[in-house]
Design a binder for this molecule. Structure first.
Ligand code: AMP
Length: 547
């Protein structure tokens, strides 16, 4: 007999999942915690009021459903307000990557069809340079940290704070289809033009619920972030909505600190002075904070930090742990909103040796709830989760981007057989922990074997004099490719030969084969980074090929 499936229209009511609902609880209940950003320090009641004032300001600027609002700002309370107000009026928030070249910024703003631009004083020169070629922009609002305005050679609607001050405090945010696009931003990409990814209200709400759950449950020694915690993001708000964590932190009603422009000394002082308990960033930022002068008189104990976007090396994780920081790893990508996996530390894991605990923390974590991760062979066969087999990581979750903005055909590069293909090679351990081996394009193929550049970086990072390291494959006549390492060291006695000596122990114990010993080690003062602060291996390979 055929089973009768009861459709939702037969019973439950249709309740759209909209970003405005993330504000419901803190609007009613949060009394004590604040939003802190530069000179601003205000309550959740004020945040809610300011979001309504901003909505009225947007309306007065002619913005309505379907329009796109671009933001060019440092990480600030204004950005947080835009995260809510812009999608809540039915418009699309374009978080502009201000680290791209002016030409690429122009491309993204035309491609996203931006209608209104909120631009910080510091980025006015960029707009002045590209303004005549911006095809769809109808107006500009100026953003300033101290209400001082730089002169512009273009007309603006006014300055953000004064426009908000004049705006009405009431706004009735409408209901609409939960599948409406809420946000868009551009991948920092590989070749060609940046590609726009986009997320709906429904996806962001589900992602936020999942993030709140992950932050609350991933460590048996207490949540990464709780209502009593203090949150400061250190991943730019233009990149994957700062991993969507500002939405989660706001829904939880926690104290939030927005650091403005990233300056390692200022970031460290904020951690100390505001008693920050939880942050997230790429490994290079953590390194900069730990190396800052202010770090010497900062007690980092109690700071939980979620590292993602690139692999956390053993060396950096040990350094952090010695300072009392609890590092956790997260794995995701622009196309995945981004949460796919986060470290899980159970009571049992806390009884492991320090080395085994560290190993757990530097793996990419176990999948988030509702996230299904598999590893596939090149011909699409599912590989076992035995911690040994390695294949391309593929994903399913409710918040993955379907395709790229205005370029639906490019979604085919991402999706095959109903699974999003990450372009990363991984193993999955029997307990679900994901170990990212490398990006497919960064794997070093040498003498018929492949070497994980990430594993090699992690081993080199444990050299006592190495502060930072990057490993790439360079073409080699005999072996196809050989690894080359770039290292930063602050010890004047450091010799590049000592890296090979250090790695010999891992050859002897079978962790790596002898071909993994880098062909060359370059001592450098800086390692090239991408616009989102990750190590730029493409650029390193290009630079090495010119040497
Ligand atoms: P993006 O889209 O620029 O955020 O980059 C996403 C890529 O960053 C992923 O496909 C991975 O290659 C890399 N990535 C992110 N998180 C991790 C992690 N925890 N460990 C290793 N690689 C990571």
């Amino acid at each position: 007999m055929a089973t009768k499936i009861l459709k939702s229209s037969d019973s439950a009511y249709d309740f759209p999942l909209l970003i405005k609902q993330l504000l419901t609880s803190n609007q009613r209940f949060e009394q004590q915690n604040q939003i802190i950003s530069g000179q601003h320090r205000y309550s959740y009641a004020t945040l809610n009021e300011r979001i309504k004032r901003l909505a009225n300001t947007l309306k007065a600027a002619g913005i309505g459903p379907g329009d796109t609002v671009a933001v060019m700002d440092w990480d600030s309370h204004r950005y947080l307000e835009c995260f809510f107000a812009v999608p809540m009026v039915g418009a699309v928030l374009h978080t502009v990557n201000i680290r791209l070249s002016p030409g690429q910024i122009l491309y993204t703003m035309n491609h996203a069809e931006d209608d209104l631009v909120l631009v910080h004083n510091d980025f006015v020169p960029i707009i002045e340079g590209i303004r005549s070629e911006l095809k769809t922009v109808r107006g500009y609002i100026q953003l300033s940290d101290d209400s001082s305005l730089t002169d512009t050679d273009f007309e603006t609607i006014g300055e953000y704070e004064s426009l908000l001050n004049q705006a009405d405090t009431e706004y009735d945010f409408p209901d609409f289809d939960e599948n409406s696009v809420a946000t868009t931003f551009y991948t920092t990409g590989t070749t060609g033009n940046p590609k726009g990814v986009y997320f709906s209200h429904r996806q962001l709400v589900l992602h936020t619920l999942n993030m709140v759950n992950a932050l609350s449950t991933r460590s048996s020694e207490g949540p990464l972030l709780s209502h009593d915690g203090v949150y400061m993001p250190i991943t730019p708000m233009f990149h994957v909505h700062a991993w969507g964590i500002p939405y989660a932190a706001t829904m939880m009603g926690v104290q939030q600190v927005y650091p403005g422009r990233y300056d390692p000394e200022a970031l460290t002082r904020l951690v100390r002075d505001e008693q920050v308990t939880f942050s997230h960033c790429v490994p290079t930022i953590l390194q900069m904070v730990l190396q800052s002068n202010a770090a010497a008189d900062t007690d980092f104990s109690g700071w939980k930090i979620l590292i993602g976007g690139s692999a956390l090396t053993s060396g950096l994780a040990s350094e952090a742990i010695e300072l009392g920081i609890q590092p956790f790893s997260a794995y995701g990508m622009s196309e995945t909103c981004p949460l796919m996996a986060i470290t899980r530390m159970t009571r049992e894991h806390f009884t492991l040796t320090p080395e085994a605990q560290l190993n757990r923390r530097i793996q990419a974590g176990t999948p988030g709830d509702l996230v299904d991760l598999q590893i596939w062979s090149p011909d699409g066969e599912q590989l076992p989760h035995d911690g040994k087999a390695a294949g391309e990581l593929v994903a399913r979750a409710p918040w993955l981007t379907q395709s790229y903005l205005h370029e639906p055909e490019k979604g085919d590069e991402l999706w095959h057989n109903g699974w999003l293909h990450t372009g990363d090679i991984a193993s999955i351990h029997p307990d679900g922990s994901v170990e990212i081996k490398d990006r497919i394009k960064d794997v070093i193929k040498t003498g018929g074997e492949w070497i994980s550049s990430l594993e090699l970086e992690s081993l080199i990072s444990t050299h006592p004099d190495v502060v930072a390291v990057s490993v790439v494959g360079v073409p080699d006549e005999h072996w196809g490719e050989r690894p080359v390492a770039l290292v930063i060291s602050t010890n004047e006695e450091f010799t590049t030969e000592s890296v090979s000596d250090h790695l010999q122990q891992y050859v002897s114990n079978g962790t790596i084969n002898k071909w993994a010993i880098p062909k060359e080690v370059h001592l450098v003062s800086e390692i090239p980074k991408t616009s989102v602060g990750k190590i730029d291996k493409k650029l390193i390979r290009a630079q090495l090929s010119q040497d």
